[in-house]
Design a protein around this ligand. Structure first.
Ligand SMILES: [Zn+2]
Ligand SMILES: [Zn+2]
Length: 403
């Protein structure tokens, strides 16, 4: 592609701006749906590039549309904007100035990479055979994507495919992981109250013991993962909270439990796995066996991120050009990611840019108060955005599978 001939040199000439943008976002992190300053900065940057800009979608979301010269396809590139309620423990010159709030997931890098990609692409308007939507989404950590879609972020223009990059410290710096199929797990949380009847631990037969029922439940639901659902369809059931009781010699009235169910497949009414239906059946039957009453509430957080084979092949091809085939790896995670909402509607690829460096304190996990990324990978992310957008807009390079 001729128009991408000197792309690396051009991105490298913007490196100072790229790092400055990332550090500015890092210094002034904002929580989900409150990304006011972040949102204004993005909108004014995109307006300066001459894009059609929409603001305040889902409170603080922004889209900028670059209209190329042709009537071709439309591609969406997405970055998330929110930080986490965490006190930063780094002492870098650019550490968080907002007390108790921190970009500890790398979303600062996502915004900077996408803005610089927008700038480089805006200089190639004539060679772009379609449209590019640059979408900046609030509140990824608590599912802001759906609200943005509900408020029309995917209308006018309507994208034909979507791409997103996540910088990822568990992957070695400079590697790219793009995998077709499920790559990030669905997440549902649950709250259970098991209601028994309190009494004296010296005469338990006169009480109804919800503690024994809870213990039974915690182990019984684990049968779902291997005895009921194919082990090659990963399902992860974890209890994070168990609370009951006031004294050692009192049988409590009730036990409260809370936890998460994560799974790496699409679970719809027509799919055979149905982990929540199975979970509810076991809760009901275990509680009945123990003569207890129960309450069970599920809160869905994310569906599974499932990457489309065709557009993922295109990302893998671009990664081969950008980092070389030896640094193209596979990665599947069990964290949640609300890009799943875009991937449900559009053929999509959510891929990882390795940003972890061993030995110099840059490899803390995401959501850790000492999290940081290797900034040397930022230009790679910019180049990936540009190459995947171009490749997708050149129709013959990828087939879109029907949805
Ligand atoms: Zn996160
Ligand atoms: Zn994240």
């Amino acid at each position: 592609m001729d128009c991408l001939k000197n792309i690396r040199e051009e991105i490298s000439s913007l490196n100072e701006e790229l790092v400055a943008l990332r550090r500015d976002f890092h210094m002034y992190p904002e929580l989900g749906f409150q990304e006011q300053r972040t949102s204004e900065k993005i909108a004014s940057y995109l307006k300066n590039l001459g894009f059609t800009v929409r603001e305040k979608i889902a409170h603080t979301g922004v889209t900028g549309v670059l209209e190329g010269s042709g009537e071709g396809r439309c591609v969406l590139l997405r970055a998330d904007m929110d930080a986490l309620p965490l006190e930063e423990q780094n002492d870098s010159s650019y550490c968080s100035r907002n007390k108790g709030v921190m970009h500890a997931c790398g979303h600062d890098a996502h915004m900077a990479m996408l803005l610089v990609a927008a700038k480089v692409l805006s200089r190639r308007r004539e060679e772009i055979p379609g449209k590019i939507v640059f979408l900046f989404q609030p509140n990824e950590e608590v599912g802001g994507a759906l609200k943005m879609i509900e408020e029309g972020a995917l209308e006018d223009p309507k994208p034909d495919a979507a791409f997103a990059i996540h910088v990822w410290t568990p992957i070695e710096s400079g590697k790219i992981a793009a995998t077709a199929g499920p790559v990030m797990a669905a997440l549902d949380t649950f709250e259970i109250t098991i209601k028994g009847q309190g009494g004296h631990t010296g005469a338990p037969h006169t009480a109804i013991d919800p503690v024994l029922a809870a213990a039974d439940l915690v182990t019984s639901v684990q049968m779902i993962q291997t005895r009921e659902i194919d082990v090659l369809k990963p399902t992860l059931i974890m209890f994070g909270k168990i609370n009951a009781g006031t004294a050692n010699n009192i049988v409590p009235d009730e036990v409260k439990l809370g936890g998460t169910i994560r799974y790496l497949y699409r679970s719809g009414p027509d799919s055979p796995e149905k982990p929540l239906v199975r979970f509810e059946r076991i809760v009901k039957n275990v509680c009945q066996a123990h003569q207890c009453d129960w309450d069970l509430e599920f809160s869905p957080e994310n569906t599974t991120v499932i990457n489309d084979e065709g557009v993922t092949a295109l990302v893998r091809k671009a990664a081969g050009e950008v980092v070389g085939p030896e640094d193209l790896v596979d990665y599947i995670g069990t964290a949640g990611e609300d890009f799943s909402e875009f991937a449900r509607i559009l053929p999509s690829c959510f891929y990882f840019l390795g940003a972890g460096r061993t030995g110099d304190g840059l490899s803390y996990p995401h959501h850790h108060p000492r999290f940081d990324i290797d900034e040397d990978v930022l230009p790679t992310g910019v180049e990936m955005h540009i190459r995947t957008a171009f490749a997708f807009l050149k129709k013959h390079e990828v087939k879109i599978s029907p949805r």
